[in-house]
Design a protein around this ligand. Structure first.
Ligand code: NAD
Length: 482
């Protein structure tokens, strides 16, 4: 038990035990060993953290914006100083290959730096009045207390999506990490606590079950905005809870990203991009290609090449040489994915490659890269989020038909098209009903863009100027000169 770290809650600038005194074990998905424990917080912990956030918020908002920006730059510097150890923790707690873990840590540094730059650019408007001698001012104001609820798949980067936007705009925040992957954010919080002087109460962490702590944070009258990244089910629960106090929600939920490969696509590039997009982090990425529609003229060749790439894909420990992916995050997740593959096969799908757990690993939740053909548009594997290394391929005759099938989904997060024709690219991007369209490249957004899902994929969004504005509300002042 010597190496098992026991984390605490971080409330009002102090590390405290949960009032429940219960703990949740965190498992390394590669070794299946317990690597840490976190407090199983409860309603009282959530309440304490919200009160701390509320009581600190006024003074935080009263700082000039540049001071808040300076704090964000300090946070970025803390991450930079610990970038290697944070990446190691991230890799270990969720089986993310070390290269990708390092990318996530470094992107998080960039995120805080980018949002620090917005501090002096939060601007209002002056509006012409209808009354003589009056001026109307539209101010952009902090909302108050933000709640950030994190998923396990990109826990560190998504933390920045909540914390950077909330803090730079003058809000305080309570963060609830996922119980699958809380270690990196809590280690980071320790570094921030030890190495800089962030005002007490503006940033708090409470861990525990979504159904208890997450629910309590979402239904409190203290909460001004809840920003959740997670599944559609969690989003629905948060919306219900938020309805109690008409609290603002910003939801980034699941996806079922289609990729369309036209007959004139650069096939080498398209196959590689689609397969890489599906296999990165064992397919556990909300925005990556979950299904691909291929023009019938190139369909056989696409399947052949996709199969070859999958058969050569290196799967292993997070530090294994050349590994593109490692284990899935948990037993539940691998069971869910395998169940979906089994049901697809029962419904007539053909497994071109993979389709089972990897037997060469004695331990760990390893699933083979999997290619499915002969699937139907209305089948579960095309309609529901798989969130695993499973790529179903379908054929289309006309580009209009491809667009129709791509849009036939409850989800609307990201999408992509591969074509050498400008006209095809422009037609498809115009017709796709998704928050993001990628043309001739893999699905991965930029911090200065706006990551926002349509339909069940969410409400509101993150990143860039528009993501920052999620944390602001407007006040119009009517100033009558006498
Ligand atoms: P999840 O929904 O199981 O959990 C997400 C968070 O919500 C966790 O912290 C959980 O404890 C909390 N939660 C659960 N029930 C809650 C409730 N009733 N009230 C408040 N909080 C609650 O999701 P996950 O398994 O951690 O993450 C995977 C999902 O997240 C996938 O569907 C994926 O597509 C999605 N995701 C979306 C984006 C995006 O940007 N759109 C990014 C990453 C992940």
């Amino acid at each position: 038990m010597a190496n098992i770290k026991a984390y605490k809650q971080y409330i009002n600038g102090e590390w405290v035990e949960s009032l429940s005194n219960e703990r949740i074990e965190i498992i390394n998905p590669v070794t299946e060993e317990v690597i840490s424990t976190i407090p199983k917080g409860d309603v009282e912990d959530a309440q304490k953290a919200l009160i701390a956030a509320r009581d600190s918020q006024d003074a935080w908002e009263d700082l000039v914006a540049a001071q808040r920006g300076d704090y964000l730059m300090q946070i970025a510097a803390v991450i930079k100083n610990h970038r290697v150890e944070l990446a190691e923790t991230l890799a270990k707690e969720q089986a993310k290959v070390i290269g990708l873990a390092q990318v996530e840590i470094d992107a998080t540094t960039a995120y805080f730096e980018y949002y620090a730059g917005w501090a002096r650019r939060i601007e209002g408007e002056i509006i012409q009045s209808d009354r003589p001698g009056e001026t109307m001012y539209l101010h952009k104001c902090a909302i108050g207390v933000a709640v950030g609820i994190l998923p396990w798949n990109f826990p560190f980067f998504v933390m920045a999506r909540k914390v950077a936007g909330a803090l730079v705009t003058g809000n305080s925040i309570v963060v609830k990490p996922s119980s699958e992957a809380p270690n990196t954010v809590l280690d980071w919080m320790e570094f921030v606590h030890n190495e800089m002087d962030l005002p007490k109460g503006v940033l708090n962490f409470v861990s525990g079950a979504g159904s208890r702590v997450g629910q309590a944070l979402s239904e409190s009258p203290i909460t001004g905005i809840i920003s959740l990244t997670g599944s559609v089910g969690a989003g629905q629960k948060v919306m219900e809870a938020a309805a109690k106090n008409i609290t603002k929600v910003s939801l980034e939920l699941g996806g079922k990203a289609p990729a369309i490969v036209a007959k004139d696509a650069d096939l080498d590039m398209a196959v590689q991009a689609v397969v890489d997009s599906r296999l990165i982090f064992s397919g556990q990425v909300c925005n990556c290609a979950e299904r691909v529609y291929v023009a019938e003229e190139i369909y056989d060749e696409f399947v052949l090449r996709a199969k070859k790439i999958m058969s050569e894909y290196v799967v292993g420990d997070v530090n294994a040489e050349g590994a593109g992916m490692s284990a899935m995050v948990s037993q539940d997740q691998i069971d869910k994915v395998d169940g979906m593959v089994r049901r697809a096969v029962d419904a007539g799908a053909k497994i071109e490659y993979g389709g089972e757990r990897m037997k060469e690993f004695a331990k760990g939740f390893f699933y083979m890269p999997t290619l499915l053909t002969n699937v139907k548009q209305d089948s579960e594997v095309i309609q529901e989020e798989v969130f695993g290394p499973v790529l179903p391929v379908m054929k289309f005759k006309t580009i209009e038909e491809a667009v129709k099938m791509a849009n036939d989904s409850e989800f609307g997060l990201t999408s992509s098209v591969y074509t050498e024709s400008f006209n095809t690219a422009m037609y498809v991007q115009k017709k796709l009903k998704f928050g993001e369209v990628y043309i001739n490249r893999e699905h991965f957004e930029a911090i200065q863009g706006f990551h926002a899902g349509w339909r069940k994929s969410g409400i509101g969004g993150a990143d860039g100027k528009h993501g920052m504005e999620e944390y602001l509300q407007t006040k119009v002042v009517y100033a009558q000169m006498r």
